[in-house]
Design a protein around this ligand. Structure first.
Ligand code: SAH
Length: 250
């Protein structure tokens, strides 16, 4: 079995479109997309590409019309079903904008299903612009082959997350002060991985998280990782031992 799924030919561009896709559907691209395909990729009428809408999997489409600022596609056939995404949510305390952008891109590539910006006592972050983060996730999904996009929650306080989350969803608490060895602690199933801010969790927050039902403190090794590194390390470990990396060979 190939180590990675036999994606459709890598040479075809992949584009996320907001039009619900079906055989014969006509898709009108926005100016940015028309410019990318026409001027950057230098594609014209008749050229093929892959499109996905986040719900119905991936489809082969063909450029029907191409103008200066507009382009339409016709959808020909489905190339892939929508994949099942591991039910892993990443709750992260936003850090500086470039690092948060990077964290969102990596979490999307690694298959996180939902991204939840969490405000903690030491979170120092300019206002989180969800539109910007969603655009980063779309680009990452186009690149990595996802057909489903991660969902985003509005930023919320940590106490709100602890109070209102579904307690059946395991809360893996990445605690820089120590916890269970992550590869052992991670088990398949719905979960939230919680990563703190640059300044770490306060003792009060640490106690509150540890007291929450179905909370599992995890260690990500003996060194103190930057928040964005911790998010990457936790997601990578989860996908490897309990997520969808294993499914590919089954
Ligand atoms: N400034 C703090 C560390 C914050 S690191 C200090 O020096 O103690 C940012 C976040 O990354 C932490 O809140 C934690 O969620 C995660 N993290 C970093 N290193 C970790 C480790 N070795 N184990 C578990 N979580 C870690």
């Amino acid at each position: 079995m190939p180590a990675t799924p036999a994606w459709p030919p890598k040479s075809l561009p992949r584009l996320f479109v907001r039009t619900p896709l079906a055989e014969g559907a006509i898709v009108a691209l926005d100016g940015g997309q028309a410019n990318y395909l026409g001027n950057v990729m230098r594609l014209g009428p008749g050229a093929e590409l892959l499109v996905f809408d986040g719900q119905s999997g991936e489809w082969l489409a063909r450029i029907a019309e191409a103008g200066k600022k507009r382009m339409t596609l016709t959808v020909e056939r489905q190339t892939r079903e929508a994949e099942t995404v591991s039910d892993v949510w990443l709750a992260f305390a936003p850090v500086k904008r470039a690092q948060t952008d990077w964290l969102v891109e990596k979490a999307t590539e690694l298959g996180a299903a939902r991204l939840i910006p969490v405000m903690t006592q030491r979170t120092i972050a300019e206002r989180v612009k969800l539109e910007r983060l969603e655009a980063i996730a779309i680009e990452a999904a186009e690149q990595c082959g996802r057909t489903r996009l991660p969902d985003f929650d509005e930023p919320l306080p940590l106490r709100h997350l602890l109070k209102h989350r579904d307690a059946s969803r395991t809360l893996y608490f990445a605690d820089e002060e120590g916890g269970d060895w992550a590869p052992d602690a991670f088990t398949p199933g719905a979960c939230i991985i919680l990563i703190g801010p640059e300044g770490g969790f306060t003792d009060e927050e640490r106690a509150a998280v540890r007291a929450a039902p179905n909370a599992v403190p995890i260690s990500l090794g003996p060194r103190i990782l930057r928040a964005e590194t911790a998010a990457l390390a936790a997601l990578t470990t989860f996908m490897a031992v309990a997520g969808d990396w294993r499914l590919i060979d089954s």
